[in-house]
Design a protein around this ligand. Structure first.
Ligand SMILES: Cc1cc2nc3c(=O)[nH]c(=O)nc-3n(C[C@H](O)[C@H](O)[C@H](O)COP(=O)(O)O)c2cc1C
Length: 576
């Protein structure tokens, strides 16, 4: 899997479970004479598709939120006595998670930090940071596409491009997140670092880079563990990290509650997933409950599963073009949810609210609350992603067996031996939190803390495999169901494809899944006469099925010459 982020094998999980038939063995060639002119178009677009497959990505939930009236971060910092601000440019949550960890860690070193989404901040205030003694602005920024910023960092990027502000007196450092298999590796991080310096800001610690194709977590901890002592030195404070309570959210257990006020998997607004009473526009925060019209297996034999799914979008006003992506919010595997609750000895039906202890934070809850533990683990918390090292460090505190505790502490430390052990025991053995708790039976972290520490369950993106010219009211998905045996003999399964596989309408049973469409730049050439060569390395066949449908419509309309395609590996039936 070219470019798969090794670190987050659970992403790689989804990964193969993603949309796309996903292997180099599946190559589709459509030959129409001369082809080379469009090779680069396809190659570039394919690369994006490929990575969409490797790591499902989402729009930051904040992106549709209008900038709040309190976008004034300087006054917030001053009134709450903070001196460290961590901005993040994040699409799938990694940079945001790193930002949260850095802001928390500032406290360990005797500073006071806050996380900030640049989209919600008036970035022209940056220049005023100099008014705060011993301040530091940290930028954790990911790169996308052709070296582009994430959606939530777009405006900040423009602010830097305009470059009118003078940032003398501003102290900063940057950590860029990227993937070396991309031509524009970490372009955003490098750009932010360079522009801030050009605008007069002072780099307090050297620019760091994380490579998702290698070991992002390792890159990050190596950088930050070297960064803090330097910052402490610059501020003239003791560089010894204190062990303090890092819990960010307070648990409230509700004994008396109104069942109609409990969240049941909604992304933002209570009852927003009720079929029949939904209101457009549909987007990342307000997904449409699409009925699954057809869900059938494309392979008749063997142990591979590839699903052909048709999602009904009639009446939703959702529009799409061939090449776009459809995002589906999955449910975690119910067996895993039950097992996790059992391992920590909790009650699945307990109704809880997690509330941020930092009253100034714009994020009051880690996910919609109140809800039951069962809902939280089914819809909101990613329980299959590989836990990062800070999670291991925190759960070590709840481990009674000394040997098990030492193992967790070793893996969460920065020694070479510890890093190697983390790589072997967690990454190579693909151990999720459930596997870790199974294999370290004396580790019993409170479930509310696990809900805080584990990342948020993300929507999974699939290349749409239909053309809206042919199917206006349905979106087709061609998805390979991921399952594989891990070195410890466990069967790991892709979250969304495993979930979708169970939703086969039968005997009048109807299923609906929350979806929204994300526009892509992957398009057919605008002139219908243009000959094209379609190659699907890693991406599989899905988007090309939509393109072929589109071409056949154009042909019927007399817009292009007769054409044909050759399917090299034809275990998928496309029609022609
Ligand atoms: C569709 C897609 C496009 C990407 N484009 C680039 C790129 O051009 N350059 C790069 O260095 N990394 C690229 N990456 C890698 C991401 O920047 C990297 O995975 C990062 O950790 C994502 O951070 P986030 O989870 O905060 O969004 C891309 C990833 C995806 C899924």
């Amino acid at each position: 899997m070219d470019g798969a982020p090794e670190m987050v094998e659970a992403a790689a999980e989804e990964v193969a479970g993603e949309p796309l038939v996903g292997t180099l063995d599946l190559v589709l060639l459509t030959l129409l004479g001369a082809v080379s002119v469009y090779y680069f178009f396809i190659r570039n677009s394919t690369k994006k598709e490929d990575n969409a497959a490797l790591k499902s990505f989402t729009i930051s939930p904040t992106q549709l939120t209008p900038r709040p009236t309190d976008s004034n971060f300087i006054s917030k910092m001053k009134s709450s006595g903070r001196n460290v601000i961590v901005f993040y440019g994040s699409q799938t949550g990694t940079a945001e998670e790193f930002a949260g960890r850095l802001a928390k860690e500032a406290t360990r070193y005797g500073m006071k930090g806050m996380v900030a989404d640049p989209e919600e901040c008036d970035m022209s205030e940056l220049a005023q940071l100099g008014e705060i003694e011993n301040h530091l602005a940290i930028f954790c920024v990911a790169t996308y596409g052709e070296g582009d910023p994430t959606d939530n960092a777009q405006e900040f990027y423009e602010f830097l491009q305009n470059g009118e502000e003078q940032l003398d007196g501003v102290q900063y450092t940057v950590f860029g997140l990227g993937n070396k298999t991309y031509e524009h590796y970490n372009a955003m991080g490098k750009y932010v670092d360079k522009r801030l310096a050009e605008m007069g800001a002072k780099q307090l610690f050297e620019y760091g880079m994380g490579d998702d194709d290698a070991n992002m977590e390792d890159d990050f901890i190596t950088w930050k563990d070297a960064m803090w002592p330097k910052v402490c030195e610059a501020f003239g404070i003791d560089a010894q990290a204190q062990d303090i309570n890092m819990k960010q959210y307070k648990l409230t257990v509700h004994e008396d509650y109104d069942p109609t006020r409990l969240f049941t998997g909604e992304i933002a607004r209570l009852n927003s997933l009720k079929v029949g009473s939904q209101r457009p526009p549909f987007d990342v925060k307000n997904p449409f409950m699409a009925e699954i019209g057809i869900n059938r297996e494309l392979f008749k034999s063997g142990d591979r599963n590839c699903l052909h799914i048709e999602l009904d979008i009639e009446g939703s006003r959702i529009r799409y073009d061939a090449g776009d992506h459809v995002a589906i919010y999955p449910n975690n595997d119910q067996g895993l949810v039950t097992r996790l609750i059992e391992l920590v000895g909790e009650d699945a039906k307990k109704v809880i609210t997690l509330t941020n202890v930092d009253e100034d934070s714009s994020k009051k809850h880690p996910f919609p609350c109140p809800c039951t533990y069962h809902i939280a683990l089914s819809h909101y918390v990613d329980i299959t992603a590989l836990p990062r090292t800070h999670v291991l460090k925190e759960i070590a505190e709840y481990t009674t067996d000394n040997k098990e505790k030492e193992k967790l502490l070793l893996m969460s430390g920065t020694s070479e031996g510890g890093k190697a052990e983390y790589q072997r025991w967690v990454v190579q053995d693909v151990r999720s939190i459930v596997h870790i708790l199974e294999d370290l039976p004396s580790c019993k972290p409170p479930l509310d803390y696990l809900c805080e520490l584990l990342p948020r369950l993300q929507a999974r993106y699939y290349s749409i495999s239909s053309s809206s010219k042919l199917y206006q009211n349905t979106i087709h998905v061609t998805a390979n169901v991921l399952k594989y045996e891990t070195p410890t003999g466990r069967l790991n399964k892709g979250v969304c494809t495993t979930y979708m596989q169970t939703l086969k309408p039968d005997n009048g049973t109807k299923y609906h899944v929350p979806i929204f469409v994300r526009k892509s730049q992957f398009r057919l050439p605008s002139k219908p006469q243009t000959p094209i060569l379609m190659i699907g390395p890693g991406t599989g066949i899905a988007p090309f099925r939509g393109f072929i449908q589109e071409r056949s419509i154009q042909k019927e309309e007399g817009k292009n010459r007769p054409w044909q395609f050759v399917l090299i590996n034809n275990d998928l039936h496309l029609g022609s």
